[in-house]
Design a protein around this ligand. Structure first.
Ligand code: SF4
Length: 257
């Protein structure tokens, strides 16, 4: 089925502005995200990041890795013991079961407890394998492609989707659970810029463009943001504003740089 484009008409220009402004503000601090070089480690880490913050996910990963340094040990461990190690990150029973199913599927599919076979595959083929594994969506698959396999993927998580809607890159009707949305955003960003934009958007969602009460008054992209759906940004002048025409002004200023 063909869906209408999820992108607004000026999405590419806006993504370029976001990339530049966010990078000036945050400098792509990739080590804060805790992603892993090994593709199987990264797949497990992605599951640990569900519904929790990066600090907790990182702490749970450290504990899990200390308890089960090798995938074979984790594969052989009882679900209850794994769940107990994951407790701090929440949804621990659910995550433990998904991780166990993931390991079993990797073992059955590749004959090993490893995803190194992906290193020889094209991006599309590797993504197909990854999205068939328990616990990995397009976002999770593209994190493995980006961080462990060094491919030019742009993962879109829930926070990034929210930011892009607020800023005005995405149409109001854009749907997260649709592959076309993920593809359209990725295709609109030049391959060489995807990694740093992804890192900076994740950091922006954790530090500034929070799910509730985003810190628009100190936001590095406020001049180009339409604040779609942000409470207080419509119907009355927000305290950080003068912003009704700021997006236009910001785009004009950027064009001159
Ligand atoms: S101005 Fe507000 S809504 Fe827009 S990106 Fe910044 S924090 Fe988010």
């Amino acid at each position: 089925m063909k869906y209408p484009s999820p992108l607004r008409r000026d999405a590419r220009t806006l993504l370029e502005q976001l990339d530049r402004r966010l990078d000036r503000a945050y400098g792509s601090p990739e080590s804060e995200l805790g992603n892993k070089d090994d593709p199987l480690d990264e797949a497990i880490y992605i599951i640990l990041t569900f519904q929790t913050d990066l600090a907790r996910a990182g702490s749970v990963w450290t504990r899990l890795h200390a308890m089960y340094p090798l995938p074979a040990a984790l594969d052989g461990a009882p679900v209850a013991k794994v769940a107990a190690v994951l407790r701090e990150g929440g949804l621990h029973w659910q995550k433990a079961r998904i991780i166990k199913r993931l390991l079993a599927r990797v073992r059955e599919t590749t004959g090993h407890l490893s995803l190194d076979v992906l290193r020889e595959m094209t991006d599309d083929a590797a993504e197909r394998v990854l999205t068939q594994l328990p616990g990995l969506s397009w976002k999770g698959a593209r994190c493995v492609l980006l961080y462990s396999l060094g491919r030019n993927a742009l993962p879109i998580d829930g926070n990034t989707f929210r930011i892009l809607k607020r800023v005005g890159v995405l149409n109001r009707g854009a749907v997260y659970r649709r592959r076309a949305t993920h593809d359209a955003i990725q295709d609109a960003v030049p391959a060489a810029r995807r990694r740093r934009l992804h890192v900076n958007l994740v950091v922006h969602g954790q530090r500034t463009c929070l799910p509730v009460e985003p810190k628009c008054f100190e936001c590095p992209v406020r001049e180009v943001c339409s604040m779609t759906g942000v409470r207080g940004a419509r119907g009355r002048t927000p305290r950080w504003a003068g912003l009704t025409s700021a997006r236009t002004r910001g785009l004009q200023n950027e064009g001159a740089k």
